[in-house]
Design a protein around this ligand. Structure first.
Ligand SMILES: Nc1nc2c(ncn2[C@@H]2O[C@H](COP(=O)(O)OP(=O)(O)OP(=O)(O)O)[C@@H](O)[C@H]2O)c(=O)[nH]1
Ligand SMILES: [Mg+2]
Length: 387
């Protein structure tokens, strides 16, 4: 699972990534601080079944902290995008290729309106505009991918039949979109080799909506202008959540230094070491923010992107149905993210193609019942695959 952080310069993409992953990449108030992409591991939160079964788990691919299972997802942040990037403005959009295999995008928006469309300091910028332009720049990026060799397709069409759906799919297959979906969109939009750019742009937009769903993270909510702007943005964005990346980063750093007790996503923290001066003031400011907002929002953005936007569930494959363990006795070793609606056979495929080939059935370890390959999995299921 890979999620890309996108947005204009200085919106707080790297701060968000650092807060969610603690990788310590460079951030600054000037634009284009990030040129090469930064990458780190964030975690989505889910309830671990260990407490329900009163067992001690031995997670291998994830972590369990006091009954909360933390499942890793890769987060990547790229250089800032500006309007006209597809024509080479700013840093252009070449670096978007780093996002080719991303499953979803988090659009980090500066909700305060204190930076203009290029990320330079200003006042009263309308962040709603940022939502529109970013989608458009990504659409243009996909359009360029589709248009590559389009003249070849036109030539081929002159001398014989071409499978246009297949042709488009081959261009965009790297984007992790399914062939079936691409062909459906191509058909619905009645795309032909002589389609105009405008029609191909619509095609790109549809592919983006299918394949790079966007969660808007309205960042810098600690600044006073942000609240009004958030209400305006809510009307525009399908999925949007408020956050304060800087506060989350400060809390996770203070926690790492042993100054506070804090668990990502929680609404409070406890100071456990003597802190004074600027640090104390900073923490007190964050406490005030948390009192009003319930959480910094960063963890919520990651969780909701995976569970709501991408519609994923968590499933625990095991080999011993009574002990809920693998062959070596590790209890609930793996927590796997899998699309809602997946079947027992899909899970087998995710574990290993060999297991899928030898699939004979599965056991739902909660009920002890044997289920078939078409059995739909539920969130938090513990499943033994029979081979
Ligand atoms: N007030 C406030 N400032 C923030 C917040 N998040 C980030 N910032 C500040 O915004 C500025 C830009 O942050 P970066 O994380 O470097 O932004 P970026 O989007 O990665 O910028 P580029 O790499 O230049 O595209 C820095 O000065 C951050 O401290 C926040 O939640 N609140
Ligand atoms: Mg950056």
């Amino acid at each position: 699972m890979k999620i890309g952080c996108v947005g204009k310069p200085s919106s707080g993409k790297t701060t968000f990534l650092n807060a969610a992953t603690l990788v310590n990449a460079e951030t600054a108030s000037y634009t284009f601080t990030t040129i090469k992409p930064n990458q780190g591991t964030a975690f989505v939160r889910t309830k671990c079944p260990c407490q329900e079964f009163d067992v001690e788990c031995n997670p291998r691919n994830s972590k369990c902290i006091n009954g909360t299972r933390m499942v890793p997802v890769t987060l990547i942040d790229v250089a800032g995008l500006v309007p006209g990037a597809h024509e080479g403005k700013g840093m252009g959009n070449q670096f978007l290729s780093d996002l080719t295999d991303a499953d979803a995008l988090i659009h980090v928006v500066d909700a305060s309106g204190r930076t203009d469309e290029k990320g330079e300091p200003t006042e009263n910028h309308n962040p709603v505009k940022d939502i529109d332009f970013l989608e458009e720049e990504i659409d243009y990026w996909i359009l360029d991918i589709i248009k590559k060799d389009w003249d070849k397709l036109e030539r081929m069409a002159r001398t014989g039949d071409v499978d246009i759906g297949k042709y488009v799919y081959e261009r965009v297959s790297g984007l992790k979109v399914s062939e079936e979906i691409v062909k459906k969109i191509v058909k619905r939009l009645e795309i032909t080799p002589s389609s105009e750019e405008e029609e191909l742009f619509k095609l790109s937009k549809k592919i983006r909506e299918e394949n790079k769903p966007i969660m808007v993270a309205a960042n810098k909510m600690d600044l006073p202008e942000s609240e009004n702007n958030f209400d305006r943005m809510k009307e525009k964005a399908g999925h949007i959540l408020p956050c304060c990346a800087e506060a989350e980063l400060a809390l996770r750093e203070a926690e790492e230094q042993g100054l506070i007790d804090y668990f990502p996503g929680e609404s409070s923290f406890k100071i456990v070491e003597d802190v004074s001066g600027k640090k104390k003031k900073g923490l007190e400011f964050i406490r005030g923010y948390l009192d009003e907002s319930a959480s910094t929002g960063v963890q919520e953005v990651i969780d909701r992107t995976v569970f709501d936007l991408l519609d994923m569930i968590v499933v625990y494959p095991v080999e011993k149905e009574k002990k809920l363990s693998d062959r070596k006795g590790n209890v609930l070793p793996d927590a796997l993210l899998i699309k809602k609606g997946s079947t027992a056979l899909d899970l087998a495929e995710k574990i290993h193609s060999d297991i899928a080939e030898e699939f004979k059935g599965a056991i739902d370890c909660r009920t002890g019942r044997r289920v078939g390959k078409k059995h739909k999995l539920k969130n938090n299921d513990i499943i033994k695959i029979l081979v």
